[in-house]
Write a protein that binds this ligand. Structure first.
Ligand code: SAM
Length: 264
């Protein structure tokens, strides 16, 4: 339990650490039905390319029969855990790339986001390949070393205790497993930074209001992006959780970064 008086940020506001999750949950409860549409509108479809880069880096195996190890190990599917997986976007892309040899578990704390995800999975015919679990990234309901890879896309900055979520990702990964985190980052291209600032604070909350009826949710979104640690600092947090060969790759002028670490 948090120490009384411990604070954190919710966007630009200071809030009690123990209060942040409920406020984050409200945000995603309110936008769940229009979440995917808003992603396309806000990013001009770019979130699709960013997620595709994540899945390419993950490189889910098409078939495990020829991989090293014992026959028993080879016969099990590649197990991917997608944290804060919401409406299933990353999971579906990974299944598209990995085929029948991939088993994905999507964990999210928000039942409304998961409901949308389950409906989408059925539409795609992915019911057997993906399991949706309501759970907190800070305290995963899975045994140690039970996944081959752990991904999280645009989720980590919403988690109140980021260090705990990183430690949990490490704990549930098998030795040799990879952690990949896609997150908004810091734009440091002169000219683009000013434009991005204007776009973020002037346009996104207005579009959020028009599409979801919830301006505050999208105000939180842009503020939370600004409060997220710079990529080098976040890379050190990933290392502190135990990961090795930690690296990151900025994309689109630093709008987002793909972070990577291995459990070795
Ligand atoms: C911006 S959405 C990202 C959804 C999805 N990964 C994607 O890229 O489309 C952030 C997600 O994080 C989830 N989330 C927030 N705090 C969480 C926590 N402590 N544990 C698990 N999920 C959490 C929210 O419910 C929401 O679905």
């Amino acid at each position: 339990m948090p120490q009384s008086g411990e604070k954190t940020h919710f966007g630009f506001q200071q809030v009690a650490l123990g209060d942040k999750q409920a406020r984050v949950d409200d945000v995603f409860h309110n936008v769940a039905r229009r979440y995917d549409l808003m992603n396309d509108l806000m990013s001009g479809g770019l979130h699709r390319a960013w997620k595709s880069t994540l899945v390419s880096a993950l490189n889910p195996p098409k078939a495990r029969g020829s991989s090293i190890g014992s026959g028993a190990l080879d016969s099990r599917p590649f197990a991917l855990l997608d944290l804060a997986g919401g409406t299933g976007d990353v999971a579906f892309r990974a299944i598209d790339a990995g085929g029948a040899d991939l088993q994905v578990t999507v964990v999210d704390i928000n039942a409304d986001m998961l409901d949308v995800g389950r409906a989408r999975a059925s539409e795609h015919g992915f019911d057997d390949a993906v399991t949706f679990v309501e759970g907190n990234a800070e305290a995963l309901p899975f045994p140690d070393r039970s996944y081959d890879a752990v991904t999280i896309a645009f989720g980590i900055r919403n988690v109140p205790r980021i260090e705990r979520a990183l430690e949990e990702a490490y704990r549930v990964l098998r030795i040799g497993g990879r952690f990949l985190c896609l997150e908004f980052s810091s734009v440091d291209v002169p000219g683009l930074d000013a434009l991005y600032e204007l776009y973020s604070f002037q346009l996104i909350p207005r579009v959020g209001q028009a599409v979801t009826g919830d301006r505050e949710a999208y105000q939180y979104l842009v503020e939370s992006i600004r409060k997220f640690p710079k990529p080098k600092v976040f890379a050190r947090m990933i290392e502190a959780a135990g990961f090795r060969r930690v690296s990151f790759r900025p994309m689109t002028g630093g709008v987002v970064a793909l972070h990577s670490g291995w459990r070795l």
